[in-house]
Design a protein around this ligand. Structure first.
Ligand SMILES: [Zn+2]
Length: 272
């Protein structure tokens, strides 16, 4: 069983920054793992600085002639207004923003972040958040804060990557379940998503590992429509990616549900 696979969450870099994380390297992995399309993330500003590139412009140039790739931009918390930065991302043809509260060192509910969410909501940019313990103040990245984001920006579509990871999975599921329309609310779509990246392996990124039963629990308490498969390339390469695909394909769910998780949902949300 294969079928088309589209994945979120590939970090890409200029060769000088990470020779194992280039667009060419990603394309090779896609061929090896039979993946048809991938969303690439621009390098964060603090990574891009040393390479002397403007990350969003660089990414837009890298993927412009590569129909199998889409791009999410990044914002600089020390830079211009968030609205202007989001507009630039949008005008470059990028379709979302990757936000990493831990690595970019911001509180999920700080005023500048709220400005970014408002702009993303208005421009229809999809936001992928890192969630899960990652060497930064837990108080700034507490999972319940993502429920506040959903509350204040009801039309913002966002994914919680790693679903809180090993340590905060239940809290991430609480947010997703809380935002999932109860059966008596008709015609309401949940705009919060479970980003299934780096949750499949114990030899790599063990701090975000989820057991297959936990992944199944997301689907049973909400829906397969909320789950989006991701790579976390280049921190995962072929071996880890294949293990992720096997995990999803091995879940006791229908082929239709697997197809949604392995690309259908991502393509629907990004109109891809
Ligand atoms: Zn990431």
């Amino acid at each position: 069983m294969t079928g088309n696979v589209y994945a979120n969450h590939a970090h890409v870099f200029p060769r000088t920054l990470n020779p194992d994380g280039t667009v060419d390297r990603l394309l090779k992995l896609m061929d090896a793992c039979q993946i048809d399309g991938v969303v690439c993330f621009a390098p964060f500003v603090h990574h891009a600085k040393s390479a002397g590139i403007r990350p969003n412009n660089w990414l837009a140039d890298e993927i412009r002639h590569e129909p199998r790739l889409r791009g999410f931009g990044t914002v600089d918390f020390a830079g211009a207004s968030m609205r202007d930065q989001a507009l630039e991302i949008h005008d470059l043809g990028l379709v979302g923003i990757k936000l990493h509260p831990n690595s970019q060192e911001f509180d999920v509910l700080c005023p500048r972040a709220m400005e970014a969410y408002a702009a993303a909501e208005q421009l229809g940019l999809f936001v992928s958040f890192h969630t899960g313990v990652h060497a930064y103040r837990l108080s700034h990245t507490a999972l319940w804060k993502f429920d506040e984001v959903a509350h204040y920006f009801p039309n913002l579509r966002f994914s919680m990557e790693h679903m809180g990871g090993y340590h905060y999975f239940n809290e991430a599921l609480a947010v997703l379940f809380n935002r999932y329309p109860p059966p008596w609310v008709k015609d309401s779509k949940c705009k919060v998503f479970a980003g299934l990246a780096s949750v499949f392996t114990q030899h790599q990124n063990r701090m975000w590992y989820l057991r297959p039963e936990q992944i199944l629990e997301i689907i049973l308490q909400t829906s397969a429509e909320q789950c989006i498969f991701g790579l976390d390339f280049p921190y995962n390469q072929e071996r880890e990616t294949k293990m992720g695909l096997e995990t999803i394909r091995g879940l006791p769910i229908s082929e239709e549900q697997k197809a949604l998780i392995l690309g259908g949902n991502l393509r629907r949300e990004l109109k891809w």
